[in-house]
Every structure is written in C-alpha cells, then in structure tokens.
Design a binder for this molecule. Structure first.
Ligand code: SF4
Length: 333
C-alpha cells in the first residue's frame, strides 16, 4: 500500500470495509485462533523530566526517583505475581548518573532473571548526550548489563507540525528514527506506536506511519505496532474524542499498511475491553499485556493473568502467553 493509497483509504473507506480486509490479513499471518498476551510490570523510575511535553502529567506530581532498593522491592513483587518481564521507563532526568541505569538493568536481568524492555529513544538520546558518549557505545553498555529490547515510546505523531503542539523539545522524526535504527542495529528489538486524538490531520497520521515503515524496511527491528489514543492527563494541549469507529479503522489500517510488522497490538488498557474485543476482529492479534502497575495512565486494562485469558477466550480466541520479546511461552487451550 502506498502512502497515497493509505491516505485515500483513511479519508474515504468505511471502517467496516477496512476491518474486514484487515481481519483477513491477520488470519493469513497468524491464523484464526490465537491471540497473544504477556505479563509485565511497568516501573517508572523517575518523574523528573526536562522535556515537558504538553500532554504529560508527570510534571504535576511530586518529584521522585526510585532507589535501587525500591526497584528491587517492586521487581520482587512482580515476580511473585508471575510477571515475565519488566518495562522500565521514566522522564529525562539529567541528574541520574549512567551507573544507576547499568546497576538497575543488571539487577533486574542478571540477578532477578527478568527480560528488560527499557528506555525510549528520547531517554537514550539524552543519556548519550549527558554522558558525552556515542549512542552505539551506550547501547552496547546497556545491552551488556542485560537490556533486551526498547519500547517505541515517545513517538506520538512525529510530523513537525504536531511536534510543535505536543512536544517541541522532544526528538524530531529524523532523530527518533535514527535512535531506533541504531537500537535495531545493536540487536535491541522494539515496538512502535502512534497516538491520535489531538489536532492531527489525516496527512499527519499517514506520514507518521510511513516514518515507521521506512525504518522497518531498513532494519526489521520492530516486532509490533500499537495504535493508541491520547488520555486526558493535562489541560495543556488540545484533545478530542476519538470515536470507536475511528479507533477500529486505525487498527485495521495499521494491519494493512504494515506488511513488514507482524504484530498489531490492541490497546485494552487505553480503549477498554469492549472495543479491545472488536479490534481483535479488525487486524489486532495481541492484547499487549497484563500491566501489573502503571503510574502514567489511568487504567481500564486487564490486571491479572486469569482476566487476560478469560478476556481472550470470551472474545472467541485461544490465549497464547508470550514473552515480552514475543517468544511464546505457552498455549492455553
Ligand atoms: S512524555 Fe516523557 S519526555 Fe515527555 S515530559 Fe513526560 S516523561 Fe518527559
């Protein structure tokens, strides 16, 4: 699908037409039966951030940076709850030394045995800059400490127009893509996403999807793509209601546009269960994860393994528990 075709479909195709085509495509790639999920704990290690995105509520909360001991305690709790990965992410806090990151990753991976997905491109970019270290060298150090993949966070909508509104101090599309390409080159796979629900135009949406597809054509490092909707966290940026049909249409378009990204994750956390279920019939093949703790967003998601399996079964599929890196752990019949 070309960019122009995608734009035409986004503007004029009905959501039902796109959902039908996307579901067929999903069956072609993943079969009819399986829907995967994973279980991870999110640890937001600091809410201090010099970037100040307009949509982020971190700046309105009491500043904190977790100690190694606090992280250890959180991780042990996650282990007891059956988490098979840790998602470690925070603000861009220039006062944190590099050793903190290396020690934490080592603790989580080497000592506690968790696969660790950590640090968005914006965190990595500034970590390299603040430590006056070339990005490849930083990534090698983090990987040696135990980092196994990186999240696709911090992309939202990367056109220059939307960046000015949402996050003028964040990475440009070019910078974000360069960091991701380097992560993939160093063997750190990732996800990617889009967040809609502000003043983005159809052109902004397609341009954003195209940035991601071009990186994927070069590296093959994106394992999944997640369409999201902005959550009302602050009043400092324009937010609009995204109707259910628009969300479903976006999921479907992503499945059809990304011939080169195998997994499309459905955001049950952001969109709720009913819409999540429908999205599994519109191109989605994964319900993202059971999130055991989430400080950034209000959660309407799935909070236990049993709930995830029941949700998938009720939606008419078999639940496949996967690793945070998409390795499959078990098939629940
Ligand atoms: S979204 Fe991320 S980069 Fe932006 S202000 Fe919040 S923590 Fe910082």
């Amino acid at each position: 699908m070309t960019k122009e075709e995608a734009l035409r479909l986004w503007k004029s195709a009905s959501w039902t037409e796109l959902a039908k085509a996307a579901h067929e495509k999903r069956i072609e790639i993943h079969g009819k039966k399986n829907v995967s999920y994973t279980v991870f704990r999110i640890i937001n290690y600091t809410n201090i951030c010099k970037i100040a995105c307009s949509f982020c509520s971190f700046k309105n909360t009491k500043p904190y940076t977790l100690t190694l001991k606090e992280i250890h305690t959180e991780a042990l709790k996650a282990k007891k709850q059956g988490a098979n990965g840790i998602f470690f992410q925070g603000g861009v806090n220039p006062d944190i030394p590099l050793d903190y990151y290396l020690n934490v990753i080592e603790l989580l991976n080497k000592k506690l045995g968790f696969p660790v997905r950590a640090f968005s491109p914006v965190e990595l970019f500034h970590m390299a800059k603040d430590n006056k270290m070339p990005l490849p060298k930083l990534l090698q150090k983090l990987k040696a400490a135990g980092l196994s993949s990186v999240p696709g966070a911090g992309a939202e909508i990367m056109t220059a127009r939307m960046r000015k509104i949402l996050a003028p101090k964040k990475l440009s599309a070019k910078e974000w893509c360069k960091v991701m390409e380097e992560c993939h080159k160093q063997g750190l796979k990732s996800s990617a996403n889009i967040v809609i629900g502000s003043t983005e135009s159809p052109e902004d949406i397609i341009e954003h999807l195209n940035y991601i597809r071009e990186v994927q054509n070069k590296t093959g490092g994106f394992q999944s793509f997640i369409p999201w909707v902005f959550q009302p966290q602050t009043s400092a940026f324009p937010i609009r209601h995204v109707r259910s049909d628009e969300y479903i249409k976006l999921v479907a378009l992503c499945r059809l546009f990304f011939h080169n990204i195998p997994n499309i994750e459905v955001s049950v956390l952001g969109m709720g269960k009913a819409l999540g279920e429908l999205a599994l019939y519109a191109g989605g093949n994964d319900i993202s994860s059971v999130v055991l703790k989430e400080r950034v967003m209000r959660s309407q998601g799935i909070e236990s393994i049993e709930e995830a399996e029941e949700f998938i079964k009720n939606a008419g599929f078999k639940a496949v528990r996967r690793g945070i890196d998409y390795s499959q752990l078990s098939l629940i019949l």
